[in-house]
Ligand binder design. Sequence first.
Ligand code: FES
Ligand code: FES
Length: 156
Amino acid sequence: MSTPYPLALQVNGAEHRLEAALGDTLLTVLRDALALTGAKRGCNQGVCGACTVLADGEPVRACLTLAHECAGREIVTIEGAAGRAQALQEAFVETGAVQCGFCSPGMILTAAAMLERTPRPSADEVRAGLSGNLCRCSGYRKIVDAVLRAAETGAP
Ligand code: FES
Ligand code: FES
């Protein structure tokens, strides 16, 4: 068993002091130590995007990110969604973009970072921005519609 080391993580605006092995991923710590299960373990190898969270406002694959590398960074999960991410959540529901919901947290946080950079994207820009996030239910059209709808509301 790997030796645990102290780790202070800033998640959704709160500091968490815990212990984690050097090889523990951010996804493992979020889900198993902090019970923040919004970030999903899909492929667990960086392909599907279901584990996406924000680190200092940028989307990262929590399954490929070591927890200890996140010390000093501001991590946001879907549980801490506010502003654009909150507007996106509402737009996903209103547009019917949530089917099983497994991909939704990663899609929403990826889209939130995209809207931060490009507040009024075209449909093609949304498709390109979300191309690293896979939806097994294949409801891509409604997901794109939801992001465009959230962009229209111009949430902060
Ligand atoms: S679970 Fe991380 S990319 Fe699939
Ligand atoms: S809604 Fe089921 S995987 Fe996307």
